[in-house]
Design a protein around this ligand. Structure first.
Ligand SMILES: Cc1cc2nc3c(=O)[nH]c(=O)nc-3n(C[C@H](O)[C@H](O)[C@H](O)COP(=O)(O)OP(=O)(O)OC[C@H]3O[C@@H](n4cnc5c(N)ncnc54)[C@H](O)[C@@H]3O)c2cc1C
Ligand code: SF4
Length: 430
């Protein structure tokens, strides 16, 4: 189904749903949305009811309806025949056209909670807590609310007005948002306590970016994919794009297979550069929907699957001039039936580049642990929490759990934020 389709297309698409007795799409959705239920409401012409069914599990349907990797569609029983239901597009249709039901009033608990971090996890946590009668303030160290959604994802995939609309939902729930205030820099647990906060919920994302150990990564002209996107988004937000020189060349190679890599390629092409996205897996294995890879190709991004980058090569001035790669292919060298992706002997090749963008390989909160010594941060950089209560090593301070399996996504972060908020609610109930 085409994104942003109108009512007729949406109802036709909804009619194709088999309404399975044991729907496999529901457990595949990190938020557990009643997918058959909201699709049934669309085909019965009850878009408002569809919206309220989605909102029971997902306050931010406009965002998921645009950028969710839609694991529900991969699970759909029609996927095998190549005619999976366009669940994400239906969610977007409902979010864009359904009318909001006035929120039921809840008795205030009299408790104040500080949510630190305004990404999807913080947004979902704030919505859940405010919906249960807590007074919530979100503190964000960056200049804009929205976390990675605002900082990195390009406007053409997630319009800022969509984000603003979603923040309005939070405002209606009474959530206050303070930007350019960082925990560990402009405030501490003690200062929050002194301000009357009864609990703190850390929704600080993945932390500082970890650097891939790739030879040549320190050459001039090599940037992190996220940094490239952040700079362009910032220039767009401040309307200075095109007025200031960009420190990027005209021949970009992007190393990575996530949404950030594809986004870099699409942004680079829009800025008039050439872009090649290189990754060592097959296209089926990467965490981006096939339709999005196709879209990037149609826009002029070259996509090189099954190629492992082994080195970034520099010129005499210390600037990147090319990346060296090997072709990859499935092989079973010991004939044990254990097929693996391995470099193909003699397949070395170079891709010329004047700029290389490297995707991150995870994050770490070691820095936060250092400036807030009471906070126990494990050696892998994750904030330690009690498995049962979700509380950190600091009394009354909770944290959103990092994803244990699967690719990180905004949808998973919404789900994790909601779960963490429920831990806070339970803490005050016991
Ligand atoms: C380029 C790119 C494209 C993506 N595309 C998609 C996509 O298409 N679909 C999808 O589902 N997901 C996508 N993602 C992934 C998704 O954005 C993340 O999984 C999600 O944002 C994680 O949410 P979070 O709230 O945990 O963290 P974040 O979004 O990182 O938010 C954490 C926030 O906490 C703030 N913070 C950190 N430390 C402090 C502190 N000490 N004090 C105050 N504030 C602090 C940070 O500034 C940040 O705003 C993409 C990510 C990137 C980078
Ligand atoms: S949030 Fe994502 S996984 Fe859940 S129903 Fe919507 S598109 Fe599917």
């Amino acid at each position: 189904m085409v994104l942003g389709a109108g009512k007729k297309d949406a109802v036709e698409e909804a009619r194709r749903c088999l309404q399975c007795a044991n729907p496999v799409c529901v457990p595949a959705c990190p938020l557990g949305i009643d997918i058959p239920g909201f699709i049934r409401a669309i085909r019965e012409n009850e878009t408002d009811k569809a919206l309220s069914l989605i909102r029971q599990k997902n306050v931010f349907a406009s965002i998921c309806g645009r950028i969710c990797p839609a694991p529900c569609e991969k699970a759909c029983v029609l996927e095998e025949e190549g005619v999976t239901i366009g669940i994400r597009a239906l969610e977007r249709f409902v979010a864009d056209t359904g009318r909001e039901k006035a929120a039921a009033s809840v008795a205030p608990t009299g408790k104040k909670v500080a949510v630190v971090g305004s990404g999807p996890a913080g947004m979902a946590a704030a919505a859940e807590l405010a919906g249960q009668g807590f007074s919530v303030t979100v503190f964000e160290s960056g200049p804009f609310a929205g976390g990675a959604l605002a900082a990195y994802i390009p406007e053409f995939r997630l319009p800022r007005k969509t984000l603003t609309k979603e923040w309005d939902i939070l405002k209606k729930l009474g959530v206050e948002v303070k930007t350019s205030v960082g925990l560990g820099t402009s405030m501490t647990f003690e200062s929050l306590q002194a301000e009357g906060f009864n609990a703190v919920l850390l929704a600080v994302g993945a932390g500082s970016v970890k650097i891939a150990s790739l030879p040549g990564v320190n050459l001039g002209g090599v940037f992190f994919a996220a940094e490239f996107l952040q700079r362009i988004n910032f220039l767009q937000t401040t309307r200075s794009l095109g007025k200031e020189p960009l420190p990027f060349g005209k021949k970009l190679v992007i190393i990575g297979s996530g949404a950030d890599a594809l986004d870099c390629g699409r942004v680079a092409v829009r800025l008039g550069a050439s872009a090649t996205v290189i990754f060592e897996h097959t296209e089926d294995e990467i965490p981006v929907r096939a339709a999005e890879v196709q879209q990037a190709r149609e826009e002029g991004v070259a996509v090189e699957p099954l190629a492992r980058v082994t080195e970034l090569l520099g010129d005499a001035r210390g600037f990147v001039r090319a990346v060296r790669c090997f072709r990859m292919d499935f092989a079973d060298p010991a004939s044990t039936g254990q097929w693996k992706l391995l470099p193909v002997a003699g397949s070395e090749f170079e891709v010329p580049a004047d700029t290389a963008l490297v995707s991150s390989v995870g994050g770490s909160h070691a820095w936060l642990g250092r400036i807030l010594p009471k906070l126990h941060v494990a050696s892998d950089g994750t904030i330690r929490t009690n498995e049962l209560t979700g509380m950190t090593s600091v009394a009354g301070v909770f944290a959103v759990e990092p994803a244990k399996a699967g690719e990180p996504s905004a949808t998973r972060a919404f789900a994790a934020g909601r779960r963490a908020a429920q831990n806070v609610v339970r803490f005050f109930q016991t």
